[in-house]
Design a protein around this ligand. Structure first.
Ligand code: 8IG
Length: 273
């Protein structure tokens, strides 16, 4: 039982999330959410297609959430009814590069757990190393490599990370959309994108996706016993692959273009859970 290994810092993070979950229940009037969805760069427009929104608030209405730092990250949450499945969607997330600490980065995950969610879908916009993945290509995360140099866990908390990104959930996605490829997601601290040499390193160690989120959140979700699905939207070729510089506007544009497809996919997945 992972909780028996919790130290006081873990306890404090979980207590803060329990308070957020209590406020969430009170203001949404939904006692139990079933599945959480974290919508990253480029994914926010897909939220419309998940189901019927029954409540929407800024995340800052919940205790412990930081205001948004990045354009295109709305910093809101929604309670959504997807044919009876109660979805808790976070539109935007807190990133490590905001320097608010790992507990701020994982507060939404812990909150979702204490709100009742047994499954979490982590999405992100990222760079892709496979030249076949045009901007706007969704890729299932098969595994990750944490290149941030830090852990989101506190104390001697030994957590198994095998089959972190549920094979069952990946297979479910492939039944819905058989063309979905799989990739290995490498989380960097950011906020700078990689150098071409760093992308060479990623390729050498077996990474195929590069981003600034998700891995630390997945680790905490596993520590809490949640089922995890990770889906990246490749919004740009990784640095040095095209001869073009990277820019944030292209990221947002790729998300807009892929929003309908992403929303339909997520809507089908949450209903199939
Ligand atoms: I969107 O190419 C997006 N996020 N680290 N590298 C990293 N993060 C990203 C990238 C990228 N594209």
């Amino acid at each position: 039982m992972t909780h028996s290994l919790s130290n006081e810092t873990t306890q404090a993070a979980n207590d803060a999330a329990k308070r957020a979950a209590a406020t969430l229940r009170a203001i949404t009037n939904v006692q139990q959410h079933d599945v959480a969805v974290v919508l990253g760069s480029g994914w926010v427009p897909a939220a419309e297609l998940l189901g019927i929104t029954t409540a929407e608030f800024p995340v800052t209405d919940l205790p412990g959430f930081a205001p948004p730092a990045v354009e295109g990250h709305a910093g809101r949450f929604r309670s959504i009814d997807a044919d009876g499945t109660r979805v808790l969607a976070f539109l935007g997330r807190t990133h490590l590069y905001e320097e608010l600490g790992v507990d701020a980065v994982t507060h939404a995950v812990r909150t979702a757990h204490f709100a009742g969610c047994q499954t979490i879908i982590l999405t992100n916009g990222c760079g892709g190393l496979d030249p076949h993945w045009r901007p706007g290509t969704p890729v299932l995360i098969k595994d990750h490599i944490n290149l941030t140099g830090i852990s989101p866990l506190h104390g001697a908390h030994f957590v198994d990370l095998t089959n972190l990104y549920s094979e069952r959930l990946r297979e479910m996605c492939k039944e819905i959309e058989p063309s979905l490829p799989e990739g290995i997601y490498c989380q960097f601290r950011g906020p700078m994108y990689e150098t071409p040499a760093e992308i060479g390193m990623v390729r050498a160690i077996g990474g195929t996706l590069v981003g600034m989120s998700t891995a630390l959140e997945a680790i905490v979700a596993r520590s809490l016993g949640m089922q995890i699905l990770g889906i990246s939207l490749v919004t740009n070729a990784a640095a040095g692959m095209t001869g073009e510089p990277l820019n944030h506007e292209e990221v947002l544009a790729a998300g807009q273009a892929a929003a309908t497809r992403m929303g339909e996919l997520l809507g089908k997945v949450v209903r199939a859970l």
